[in-house]
Design a protein around this ligand. Structure first.
Ligand SMILES: NC(=O)c1ccc[n+]([C@@H]2O[C@H](COP(=O)([O-])OP(=O)(O)OC[C@H]3O[C@@H](n4cnc5c(N)ncnc54)[C@H](OP(=O)(O)O)[C@@H]3O)[C@@H](O)[C@H]2O)c1
Length: 335
């Protein structure tokens, strides 16, 4: 068994990691931490009473290194790199769920903050499993993708060779409220989000440059991304619809099926996808259709799992020589 820890155990993605790791057959949870610590995991997450009993400590990089061979950093950006740089130097493998290692230095600093660990930035492998599987098997540092980029990229990447790449991609995305983490804000409190739906940061969200950068890296083409996220009154789930301009006639479903024929966690659907069918799972469901030169691709994921924690676990499996699918959830919460 490989010893693993979670820093950020009180957050939403931290809880999802705990739930998967307590029954994982290759990893044993040896360290949990938050900003304050000095609490038990059952007190932190009462839903886990009589399920798991572990102490939660105040986060300390030296202790992580003493107790773990691999650690998940389920932390806000900036806080993550503060831990990762020390852990990597001490030989601990790191899976970072924040944005800190996802982007090139220039893109990161233009959209987030000054980078505090430039030395390790180039070592990071982007944890979009289906595209970076082989590199993930060799790295000590995974930069787990953002939830919106995960759903968007898995949907649109198979079609880039068929698109008029001089035309912009329009990405219309909708997310359940847990996508913003556990902190309450004016827009995610019950009274505002219940029976409601609205766009936020239209055309200015930080996930647009992440999508553009990965399309460029994987296809050697620069595309303009017009990205508009919306908040919907659901706890979890993300639905992303992408609109592109085709340069030739194609059979979209045949392309998807051929592209992902060896990827067990991508499900190509014959009808438009929905968030509930993927809730509670690592699946990404994708549907696509075309009309003349218009392409419509729609993908659905659970933002907390395929968009964060189960994708992080799949990367950890690969980093440690395990089967990619070990311990990943596949039974949807439906109904
Ligand atoms: N939510 C999603 O759907 C989603 C999807 C993809 C990626 N992500 C990314 O995953 C990361 C975690 O997201 P989340 O939704 O789980 O956030 P969250 O619910 O707000 O939880 C954040 C966690 O970080 C801890 N923390 C903050 N600063 C810390 C520090 N300096 N030292 C130790 N612990 C610290 C918090 O501990 P305290 O309780 O002690 O404050 C809490 O456990 C973020 O970078 C987010 O962008 C989230």
């Amino acid at each position: 068994m490989i010893k693993v820890g979670i820093v950020g155990a009180s957050g939403y993605t931290g809880l999802e990691l705990i739930k998967m790791l307590i029954s994982h057959s290759g990893f044993t949870l040896t360290y949990l931490a938050t900003t304050q610590g000095d609490i038990s995991v059952e007190a932190l997450h009462p839903s886990l009473v009589d399920v798991v009993s572990l102490p939660v400590e105040k986060a300390d990089a030296n202790k992580v290194a003493k107790h773990c061979e691999l650690v998940f950093l389920a932390l806000p950006h900036q806080a993550s790199m503060g831990f990762a740089k020390h852990l990597l130097d001490k030989g601990v493998k790191v899976v970072d769920l924040s944005a800190d290692y996802r982007l090139t230095l220039d893109t990161y600093e233009a959209n987030y903050c000054p980078h505090e660990d430039k030395a390790h930035l180039d070592d990071a492998v982007y944890g979009l499993i289906e595209y970076y599987r082989e590199a993930l098997k060799k790295t000590n540092l995974t930069a787990s993708p953002g939830c919106y980029p995960t759903a968007t990229l898995l949907g649109i990447l198979p079609f880039i060779p068929y698109l008029d790449t001089t035309a912009p991609l329009f990405v219309d995305a909708k997310s359940g409220v847990s996508g913003a983490g556990k902190k309450l804000s004016e827009i995610n409190n019950f009274v505002h989000i219940n029976d409601n739906i609205f766009a936020y940061n239209p055309l200015k969200h930080r996930h647009a440059p992440e999508i553009a950068e990965k399309i460029e890296k994987l296809n050697d083409v620069k595309m303009k991304i017009h990205f508009v996220p919306h908040l919907i009154p659901a706890t979890r789930g993300e639905l992303v619809s992408v609109y592109g301009v085709l340069k030739e006639d194609i059979d979209p479903l045949a392309i998807l099926k051929a592209h992902y024929k060896n990827d067990p966690f991508i499900r190509i659907r014959e009808t438009p996808v929905d968030i509930k069918s993927t809730a509670g799972t690592h699946f990404c469901d994708i549907y696509a259709t075309s009309n003349d030169n218009a392409l419509f691709v729609s993908s659905a994921i659970d933002n907390l799992l395929r968009g964060a924690s189960s994708q992080a676990l799949a990367a950890a499996n690969l980093m440690c020589g395990y089967d990619e699918g070990m311990g990943l959830p596949v039974i949807p919460y439906m109904p």
